[in-house]
Write a protein that binds this ligand. Structure first.
Ligand code: HEC
Length: 248
């Protein structure tokens, strides 16, 4: 009966760890529970096997199950039925984890209009107000790009990477990785107004086909000014040598 006591003790601690989640809605992370349970099981085992006699009694039921000739039937049942049940449970749970049939659109269609800063932006018609300086006043343009780089290195590089390659030091922890801005298949395919919308509204502003995963991209409308967003966009294109897509 020491074996039963052992199981019940471990179960008691397990339920204790589960209780905050069950009753207060504040679950302990399952990885933490696994870690605590590891130490709890070891500690309980240590305490219960501290004397030879105690250890003998704890393992006696297991030993008799394996060795006692009169327990042949139970033994066969345990060693045949338990693996089959476990195997079936694993097989069964695997099936339910099939990938969602719905595909995530990496660049979902933007809304027609976006509201921010007390204004309404018509995404089809707005462009980057600083873009025209590129031809008209290259010195001023350079200064805008530099300001954009400051916005980037204060706010964005943690995730998007100091080389804009999507490999920031937080990136590996995100379920939905930031895409590299370098290369010709992300921002080079997009209009600046699209980036403006994505930076303003972030992951929370994505339409349903942006799912099913959750994007960690923050919404920046309350952190950055309109000008800062347009300038960081200038920087993203300038640094990667890409040109934004335009209607023409
Ligand atoms: C907490 C991490 C994080 C930070 C900080 C962050 N981003 Fe993102 N960003 C993401 C992730 C993850 C994605 C990809 C998922 C998505 O599209 O929402 C993303 C997507 C984007 C996209 C869309 C790219 C595309 O190809 O559709 C743009 C543009 C962008 N970020 C710009 C920025 C800018 C500019 C900043 C700083 C002002 C910034 N991000 C800060 C995580 C972050």
């Amino acid at each position: 009966m020491r074996l039963l006591k052992f199981v019940l003790t471990c179960l008691f601690f397990y339920l204790l760890l589960k209780a905050p989640g069950l009753f207060l809605g504040k679950p302990v992370p399952s990885s933490l529970i696994a870690m605590y349970m590891f130490f709890i099981v070891i500690t309980v085992l240590l305490v219960m096997t501290i004397t030879d006699d105690g250890a003998e009694k704890l393992f006696a039921p297991i030993r008799s199950l394996v060795e006692d000739p009169s327990k042949k039937l139970i033994r066969n049942v345990v060693f045949v039925v338990v693996p089959i049940v476990c195997g079936y449970a694993v097989y069964d749970s695997g099936e339910k984890k099939a990938p969602p049939t719905e595909l995530r659109a990496v660049h979902p269609a933007p809304p027609a209009i976006v509201k921010a800063y007390g204004k309404t932006f018509d995404l089809a018609s707005i462009g980057n107000p600083f873009r025209k300086a590129e031809k008209e006043d290259p010195a001023a343009f350079k200064a805008f790009v530099k300001e954009g780089s400051e916005v980037y290195f204060k706010n964005c590089f943690f995730c998007h990477g100091d080389k804009l390659d999507g490999k920031g030091h937080y990136a590996h922890a995100l379920e939905l990785r930031p895409l590299p801005f370098t290369g010709t298949d992300t921002i080079a395919q997009l209009q600046e107004s699209y980036l403006f919308w994505r930076i303003l509204k972030g992951g929370p502003g994505l339409p349903r086909e942006g799912g099913p995963s959750i994007s960690a991209m923050p919404a920046w409308e309350n952190e950055l000014t309109e000008d800062e967003i347009w300038k960081v966009i200038l920087f993203l294109y300038d640094y990667t040598g890409n040109t934004p897509r335009s209607w023409s």
